[in-house]
Design a protein around this ligand. Sequence first.
Ligand SMILES: NC(=O)c1ccc[n+]([C@@H]2O[C@H](COP(=O)([O-])OP(=O)(O)OC[C@H]3O[C@@H](n4cnc5c(N)ncnc54)[C@H](OP(=O)(O)O)[C@@H]3O)[C@@H](O)[C@H]2O)c1
Length: 266
Amino acid sequence: MKRIAVITGASGGLGKEFVRQIINEVDEVWAIGRNVAKLEGLKTEFGQADGNGAAGSKIIPLQMDLSDSKAFDILSGRLVSEGGDSAVEISWLINNAGAGRFGPSKDFSTSELATSITTHCTAMAAICNICIPYMKAGDHLVNVASQSAFSPLPYINLYAATKAFVYSYSRALREELRDTGIIVTTICPGWIKTALLPDTLNGHMVKFPFLVTADKVAAKAIRDARRGKPLSIYRFAVRYVSWLQRHYPTGFSVRVWANSVRKYLK
Ligand SMILES: NC(=O)c1ccc[n+]([C@@H]2O[C@H](COP(=O)([O-])OP(=O)(O)OC[C@H]3O[C@@H](n4cnc5c(N)ncnc54)[C@H](OP(=O)(O)O)[C@@H]3O)[C@@H](O)[C@H]2O)c1
């Protein structure tokens, strides 16, 4: 039985860190993203890192645009072509792919709305359904939400709303899967230094409080998943602010957030 990790958004940022930290415990990492050059680059990078190329040969790049539902058929077809659930076990499924930007909601086109909702919500739920039949007791399903899941956030309204979906869906899925022994962990990071975050907005340098690196977030997520935890939030300060988000009156926290962002949008 081949043990694999399926990781979406593996071409950079947090997803690439998940690849780095999981690659030694599986036979293959199915690395999903749109940028095939970056996915192919992982083979070289991880191959060089271990000296003999063995880790690099474990990377299976799968070019997929998760905003296009055809991607889901590609993934399920690939699993079937491997020989089905008697030949492949998905030890780790990490739904990590994501994108977003700041701006007033009125500036988002219908196609941008659809792309974001499909990539964050439909793809995450569809990939869970495709992969779960290949998972067994003790295997890990990790869904990447965000601290933004805990409160409505003006000017990243679409992003935060889709992450609230990921959070809610994943927490419920965990309970549904309890009897199977598959462990679902939702991760809700604060700001991570990756290509997702802009350096400037309208010419203003942006300051992201409690900014952390992706390796720390991935390590904490993997540790928490192994301990069977439902939720993983790296760094005490982010856990504390997340608690405030959930316990302060929504109108108050929404206004505080909006005021902190408006200065960048002028
Ligand atoms: N950075 C933060 O502050 C932060 C905070 C909380 C949560 N998160 C979440 O962490 C996850 C990883 O983000 P990141 O910070 O690592 O950003 P990133 O460096 O921009 O990485 C995003 C990854 O998602 C992939 N992706 C985006 N759209 C895709 C699509 N339509 N189809 C397939 N792959 C797609 C990208 O690959 P391609 O370009 O190759 O498609 C890339 O590998 C996201 O879910 C994000 O929402 C990030």
